[in-house]
Design a protein around this ligand. Structure first.
Ligand code: F1P
Length: 343
């Protein structure tokens, strides 16, 4: 079968169109003011929970106000561990619910409960104008991110760009928003230049385990690309913060390990040191970053808003590995596109 016939391949390769739409839609939305909220919570399930991890880190980095991420199921079942305020009616929370489908039961029910209890306002970031959108005070829909595949690739990246633009706007950073307009062009260049590298790494079946290292706003991305590896290729894979990797997990590194590092510019010295230690232990290292890495973005876009550039090559790596293992990347084992529960 030709690779172009796989939905996953077409969705990965066409994702920058959805990035551009995400920027347009988010720039045009009528957002609330960061100063109006005492607490900000980002929520989602699976990929969109991982997106929430990056979003909360980014929100805090750009606005200086604290934010946290929580899985939809936790917000629903253990909201007392997440939502502050009990006893203080003036304490206001902003909930940002992220979901490709807009119909995942845990996320929908968690938002429903949040609204019923009058905890605060709700922003929805999604690819489908669905039931979740009906509960939104601000509804950001990127329909060009919709997809046929079960595993999220284009959708995730489009919502990631929307989240970054949302955080930049909440922080009043128009300079970052305008820098982001270059992302689609750079994303296409990165894919053209490094698809061969993604294929070579992905098709190497000598690897039986993958580790994805990312810190700060990149940790959620490391979690997401780790999930792609699991869903599409059924390979053992785990995400870690860079410095955490030395605290035990590196025992697992050897000749059959691939260690993929999502390098930052700010902490590059410390992160690159972890990678070179893993190379000394016999692992194969693949580094991703703005410059001086195996995959270089050369974007000149500020670090805080260029994170989406890590995604396409790592998604392609899982796509090619899936094919090399004789699997169908469009239909991961045991998975459905949406988890709907009878609550
Ligand atoms: C979330 C999600 C996906 C995952 C799987 C089940 O869906 O967990 O991330 O890949 O297919 O659903 P959504 O709420 O973002 O639509």
């Amino acid at each position: 079968m030709k690779i172009e016939t796989y939905h996953t391949y077409k969705e990965i390769k066409s994702q920058t169109i959805a990035w551009a739409q995400a920027l347009d839609v988010t720039s045009a939305s009528n957002l609330p003011k960061a100063g109006d909220y005492d607490q900000v919570i980002f929520t989602g399930c699976g990929s969109t929970y991982y997106l929430s991890l990056s979003a909360a880190a980014m929100y805090q980095e750009l606005t200086g106000r604290s934010a946290r991420a929580v899985p939809g199921g936790e917000l629903l079942l253990n909201s007392q561990t997440v939502v502050s305020r009990i006893g203080n009616p003036t304490y206001k929370t902003l909930l940002v619910a992220i979901s490709r489908s807009g119909t995942t039961t845990e996320t929908v029910k968690a938002v429903e409960k949040f609204k019923q209890e009058k905890r605060g306002d709700v922003v929805v970031i999604t690819n489908y104008d669905e039931v979740l959108s009906r509960m939104a005070d601000v509804n950001i829909v990127i329909d060009k991110g919709q997809e046929e595949s079960v595993a999220q690739t284009r959708s995730f990246a489009s919502m990631y760009v929307a989240v970054m633009a949302f955080c930049a706007r909440m922080a009043g950073r128009d300079d970052l928003l305008s820098a982001m307009s270059q992302l689609p062009v750079i994303g296409n260049l990165v894919m053209d230049k490094y698809e061969g590298y993604a294929k070579e790494l992905g098709e190497n079946l000598n690897f039986d385990r993958f580790y994805f290292l990312g810190s700060g706003i990149r940790y959620g991305l490391a979690c997401e690309v780790n999930l792609k590896m699991k869903e599409m290729t059924l390979t053992h894979s785990e995400p870690f913060h860079f410095l955490e990797f030395r605290h035990g997990p590196m025992s697992m590194v050897g000749a059959s390990s691939a260690v993929c590092g999502l390098l930052s510019e700010l902490n590059r010295v410390h992160e690159a040191k972890v990678l070179s230690e893993m190379r000394m232990l016999g692992g194969t290292v693949a580094s991703f970053g703005e410059s001086d890495a195996d995959v270089c973005f050369e974007s000149n876009i500020p670090e805080s808003v260029r994170g989406v550039l890590y995604l396409p090559i790592l998604q392609l790596m899982s796509f090619y590995r899936s094919l090399a293992k004789g699997l169908n990347p469009d239909c991961p084992t045991n998975l459905t596109a949406v988890v709907k529960l009878d609550f």
